[in-house]
Ligand binder design. Structure first.
Ligand code: GLU
Length: 607
């Protein structure tokens, strides 16, 4: 949601409303809808940072009422399902990390979407041609790339393990926002327009998100009564009402028989998901990944996400260098080279550990990082792709070599992220997704939410040696990197971001900015981003290229401006973070401008 002034939005809403049952926004003082956004907030008693002011407000209310960070995170996540329906929601999955102030430990939940039991190795091959489906439009808008959703189960599991309120209680703020509506901002309208062609192909999606055939106007009120009803049902009957019964049947039916309009020409391959696949879904409690970086204990998400191993390995590589003593250009060069090396290893070794043997321990071994760091030439960028390292044979001594392997990267840049802390010092870092902006494009008819297209995160072409090959019942490799850093056992910084595989570099770059480049956390978030994922060119925001391009090209780095074929945004990530200041205050930080700017709030402001 953008920086629209409240009253202005209320007036615009009044003018734009053509909806019968819609609530007309009242004057600013009485209207609980949130449109003001502040990207930083400092104070006590708990804090939250998300991309959206309604979601942050929902979480803040829970914190104020005595709920803990987990209760607030679930309330905010459910609200994001309303206000950020193209990036998150119960049709998707995610990864939840939690710092428990009592035990001073970090624990995680893997709520990743899962392949149906009948998914074939050749599921992404078009039977009509014998060739792989095109990524766009066939794969992204399809039943075949919908994974069994994990988000509702993640909320329940998080509340069961660490929460203090019931599932039904946690859904209440979101139900209110869904019924009352939120003020459409330019980001929401643009995301709808970016998806217009495929949304129009499904009457269930078009009737919700393209009322009257157009994307909702900026300043209008968007309500989602179908989602409110779905949430109400879950609040009453629990998540069994999602994973079994009529809703599960409807999800399976949507996947198997995509509800296309009879006139669309869009090819929409069918998927195989059954109600039994949905009933068999479960989240997985996982130990976090861990590395120590310059005295900080950095905890991340273990496989099936590649976030923790890739951020962690990159930090182990960077730990070999005195980055703080380097020029900007030299330090950035090392940052770019380190992530390329870690991405080479991600490609070779990381997949769902239930199906492949992921050498997590070796990838995070400081000795392995040290040996990988030998490949960095301080003055020249290596030719990309660089080769993966050998996790079975390393001793921290240079040199080491292997044959280069190229990697195709088709991950998209959507998803959403939040950081929450409470008065007790617990911390949640949670990234949730439906894969690309707009997911599969298919709303389960009458239920108010979009199904994910997360299975596009599998490698498109099957190879038995690929850790991210398609297998039935498997979780596709993610890049989601919710990260919690501790200093002497206490939280120092928690952060995470959307952005497909650029999530890893966004989190890494922010840690590097904060720890090695002397930036504050808000500065570290705002700084222009660049992402080297072991490809010939570095993807970078235009501001990064303008600021550092001429300093880095002499090393041999070649830049390509960010932005993709699916969205009009040339941004990398939409991060949230909370830093725990030495004086006991917390500093919640969100993006100042990316994705329209985020929303940081604290219970008791004390700037
Ligand atoms: N599918 C991505 C992943 O799990 C997240 C999507 C995104 O951030 O856009 O890595």
């Amino acid at each position: 949601m953008s920086t629209f002034r409240h009253q202005l939005a209320a007036v615009a809403a009044t003018l734009a409303l053509g909806v019968t049952s819609a609530v007309v926004a009242s004057p600013a003082s009485a209207d609980p809808r949130q449109t003001e956004k502040t990207p930083t907030a400092v104070g006590y008693g708990g804090a939250i940072s998300t991309v959206d002011p309604d979601a942050s407000a929902a979480g803040l209310e829970v914190l104020r009422n005595g709920g803990n960070a987990v209760d607030a995170a679930v309330a905010a996540a459910a609200t994001l399902g309303v206000t950020e329906p193209y990036s998150s929601g119960i049709g998707g999955g995610g990864f939840f990390t939690f710092y428990d102030a009592k035990t001073r430990t970090v624990q995680t939940i893997d709520g990743r979407e899962t392949a149906p039991s009948a998914m074939r190795h050749d599921a992404f091959i078009d039977p009509a041609t014998g060739k792989p489906y095109n990524f766009t439009p066939q794969l992204v808008t399809s039943g075949v790339s919908v994974g069994v959703p994990g988000t509702a189960a993640t909320w329940q599991r998080a509340l069961d393990r660490w929460g203090t309120v019931s599932f039904g209680e946690a859904l209440k703020p979101a139900i209110k926002v869904a019924d009352r509506g939120f003020v459409v901002d330019p980001t929401f309208r643009q995301q709808t327009l970016d998806n217009k062609a495929r949304f129009a192909a499904f009457p269930s999606t078009a009737s919700l998100f393209l009322p009257g055939g157009d994307a909702p106007q900026v300043g209008s009120i968007f309500q989602n009564h179908d989602l409110a009803a779905t949430y109400r049902m879950l609040a009453k009957d629990g998540i069994k009402a999602f994973y079994s019964g009529p809703l599960a049947d409807e999800i399976a039916n949507t996947v198997q028989n995509p509800p296309k309009s009879p006139t669309t020409t869009l090819p929409v391959p069918r998927g195989s998901m059954t109600a039994t696949d949905i009933a068999n879904y479960s989240t997985i409690d996982r130990d976090p990944t861990h590395v120590n970086y310059r005295g900080y204990d950095v905890y991340g998400m273990a496989p099936a996400s590649s976030g923790g191993t890739t951020v962690g390995e990159s930090l182990n590589i960077l730990d070999q260098f005195n980055l703080a003593g380097m020029s900007d250009a030299d330090a950035l060069h090392h940052y770019l080279e380190a992530s390329a090396l870690a991405f080479a290893d991600r490609g070779k070794y990381v997949g769902d550990p239930g199906f492949v043997n992921v050498p997590t321990k070796a990838l995070l071994d400081p000795l392995f990082g040290k040996q990988r760091s030998c490949s960095i030439d301080p003055t020249h960028a290596a030719t990309k792709p660089v080769a993966p390292g050998d996790v079975t044979n390393y001793n921290g001594v240079c040199p080491m070599a292997a044959a280069p392997a190229a990697e195709r990267d088709t991950e998209n840049i959507s998803t959403t992220n939040m950081t929450v802390t409470d008065r007790w010092g617990n911390v949640v870092e949670y990234t949730l997704t439906i894969e690309q902006t707009g997911g599969s494009g298919m709303v389960v008819p009458g239920r108010g939410f979009i199904l994910n297209n997360e299975l596009t995160d599998f490698s498109a072409v099957y190879s038995p040696t690929d850790p991210n090959r398609i297998d039935p019942g498997k979780r596709p490799r993610s890049s989601i990197s919710p990260t919690i850093m501790l200093q002497d056992g206490k939280p120092f910084l928690a952060l995470g971001s959307p952005g497909g595989s650029t999530i890893i570099t966004t989190v890494l770059q922010t840690i590097f900015n904060r720890i090695d480049r002397g930036m504050t956390t808000p500065e570290a978030l705002a700084a222009p981003r660049a992402s080297q994922r072991n490809t010939a060119k570095v993807t970078a925001e235009p501001d990064f290229i303008a600021k550092y391009g001429s300093q880095l090209t002499p090393y041999g780095h070649v830049f390509q401006p960010s932005g993709d074929a699916f969205t009009s945004a040339a941004e990398i990530g939409a991060e949230t973070a909370i830093e725990f200041l030495p004086d006991g205050r917390t500093l919640a930080a969100a993006e100042p401008t990316r994705r329209g700017g985020g929303s940081a709030m604290v219970v008791q402001p004390s700037p």
